[in-house]
Design a protein around this ligand. Structure first.
Ligand code: KG4
Ligand code: ZN
Length: 335
């Protein structure tokens, strides 16, 4: 089955063609991130406007690169939730028109289910059930993927998402937007023990928290400025990354050991973080668990993951009606 995926829930306008959920035929991404970086973060209205300009071309290019026409497709899959609603509506509305004109079924895809499906594109042999950390700019969840379209949330952030914490710390350190890659780059040159940052106490066994960590960085930066002894940016970036990745890895490994999970995965923008990947590689080596990492190029927002998830949604009978709407928030286990 050939599925066209469409993604526009943040600042990437993306379209891709994927066969049977596993094999990538094309993967096109137009991003407004450079323009957004001028403002230090995503400005929703600008993102929506860039989506509406780019979407037709991006879809056309995805079909061209896959050497197919709309008639060759079996379905159209689109991110319908969660995300910045202006952007989501551009994708949903385009996909509706496209599906209607080409007389193909329209499949609604939950964005986080898409991030998890990036793993299916990277590891053709990977099948649920498995344990997955999904960490992006808006979400940090520890999820048991029971089946392709069945998810149990075991833990979540009680405040900021992991990616959001990277973005805010990057801003505090003057490293620009997007923060994750900027912090990771600065962290290559710092000392992780230079600043002792707090480990949060969270009531939920598999829950995480990043707000105290972020505030601790902010306080140290402000205190340093007041004393005329500014913090060392690379050392602070490394110390923060060290603690943030430790928080994520500890909770994921705790859930794995207590629940007897032997297959461990990560997904979402933060899954691109090399320190996190190395930490989990070491942890899984110790415990004997199998670790599956998504290809770095598929960690951030893309439409290949939406087309892959769309395949499994289609097989499960999740076909949209004519009145499909976008949703800004929706839990991954909505259905
Ligand atoms: O999944 P994603 O592309 O978009 C959302 O669905 O939110 O995730 C974006 C988030 C941003 O907060 C970004 O700073 C973070 O992922 N991120 C990273 C890295 N690359 C992107 N965080 C840590 N290390 C990275 N290398
Ligand atoms: Zn995302």
């Amino acid at each position: 089955m050939l599925i066209l995926g469409i993604e526009s829930s943040c600042d990437e306008t993306a379209a891709a063609v994927v066969e049977d959920g596993r094999s990538l035929h094309s993967n096109i991404i137009a991003s407004s991130v450079e323009e957004q970086s001028l403002y230090g973060g995503v400005v929703p209205e600008i993102a929506s406007r860039r989506h509406i300009e780019a979407i037709s071309l991006v879809v056309e290019q995805a079909l061209q690169e896959a050497s197919i026409t709309a008639a060759d497709l079996d379905a159209v899959a689109v991110t319908f939730a969660p995300g910045l609603i202006g952007g989501v509506l551009v994708g949903v509305n385009f996909a509706k028109g496209f599906a209607l004109a080409s007389q193909k079924p329209l499949v609604p895809v939950h964005h986080l289910r898409g991030h998890i499906a990036a793993l299916y594109l990277t590891h053709p042999q990977l099948k649920p059930p498995f344990l997955c950390l999904v960490a992006s700019g808006g979400h940090s969840h520890i999820i048991r993927v029971e089946d392709y379209t069945k998810f149990t949330i075991l833990g979540r952030t009680v405040d900021d998402a992991a990616g959001e914490a990277f973005d805010k710390v990057a801003r505090t350190l003057g490293l620009g937007y997007p923060g994750g890659p900027a912090v990771a780059k600065a962290a290559l040159q710092g000392n992780e023990k230079a600043y002792k940052l707090p480990t949060p106490k969270v009531a939920g066994r598999y829950d995480v928290s990043f707000s105290g960590l972020k505030t601790a960085v902010l306080n140290l930066v402000n205190q340093g400025e007041m004393k005329g002894e500014p913090v060392n940016v690379c050392d602070m970036a490394t110390s923060f990354q060290f603690r943030a990745t430790e928080i994520l890895a500890e909770k994921l490994m705790l859930a794995a050991s207590e629940l007897g999970e032997k297959k461990i995965c990560i997904a979402g923008g933060v899954a691109a973080n090399k320190a996190l990947r190395q930490l989990l590689e070491a942890d899984c080596k110790k415990t004997g668990a199998e670790l599956y990492l998504p290809e770095i190029s598929l960690c951030g927002d893309n439409a290949a993951m939406i087309a892959s998830a769309g395949y499994y949604e289609y097989l499960s009978g999740n076909i949209a009606n004519d009145d499909l709407n976008g949703e800004a928030t929706l839990p991954i286990d909505y259905r």
